[in-house]
Design a binder for this molecule. Sequence first.
Ligand SMILES: *[C@@H]1O[C@H](CO)[C@@H](O)[C@H](O)[C@H]1NC(C)=O
Length: 283
Amino acid sequence: MRLPALVHLVLLALLPLAGAEPCPSDMNHIKDLLEVNCTGQGLSTVPSALPKDTGILLLSANHLASVFTDAFLPLAALQDLDLSDNGLVDLHTGPLLPSLKELILSRNALRALPTLQGLPALTRLALAHNHLQFLAPGAFHAVPQLQDLDLRGNQLRTLPPQAFAGLGDLKDLDLSDNVLEELPQELLQDLRKLENLWLSGNRLQTLPTGFFPEGHFFPYVFLTENPWHYPRVATGVPGFLRAHGRAGTFPKIFLGFPETCGGLPGCVRELFLPGSLIPPPCL
Ligand SMILES: *[C@@H]1O[C@H](CO)[C@@H](O)[C@H](O)[C@H]1NC(C)=O
């Protein structure tokens, strides 16, 4: 009778595992990837028994305070990883995750940017609502294919001129709701494909002369909720007050730019300024 007793004991030991809901998985037909949803499961470690063909892994709203990307090495097809809302303090990157394209780290407690080593295919990185205070020059060198970078809602006060060096594919850059007081003139220099720039909700009074690279067309630039100082800002925003200041209805308007910006040092089609504190231009 010893053997059945042992079996009983083993079964008892397995009971908690058997009782735990595995993360549900389903085919994401838009991305044609297997999506595994471990959202809000109270996890403090990354589950080890995930389907090998996981393409999208949702791990948000858990308690993953420190994550080593080694945990995802068995998932060779992993493209999207959501680690938002975890109280994440450290993300240790390094091991090669060649397929990872989207990494969502928003609403965590990161004080420093992870090194981002081993993520060469990354195209989208969301770091909104963390506690980042600094970016090192070349901070994103390891992820040269980045197209979308969200740094909204951090505590960035200044940026080094080379903060975004090498990001030649970047299309969207969100720096809104930080505490930026000034920006380096060279900031956008490498961003040849930049389309949309968000700088709303900072402490900017002016933009440096030549801030928008010559001949570069930006469909949208959002500059609302900054204490803009007129006329100093006019030297940094190409011709905008010179050309349109006489509209004179600040702070409620946004300004349209002609598509061809003949003679202007840069091309901005629309500049959103509502809510800013620019006084009416002196006439
Ligand atoms: C993932 O699971 C959570 C909790 O069960 C649910 O609220 C959420 O809608 C799911 N997300 C997706 C993308 O299916």
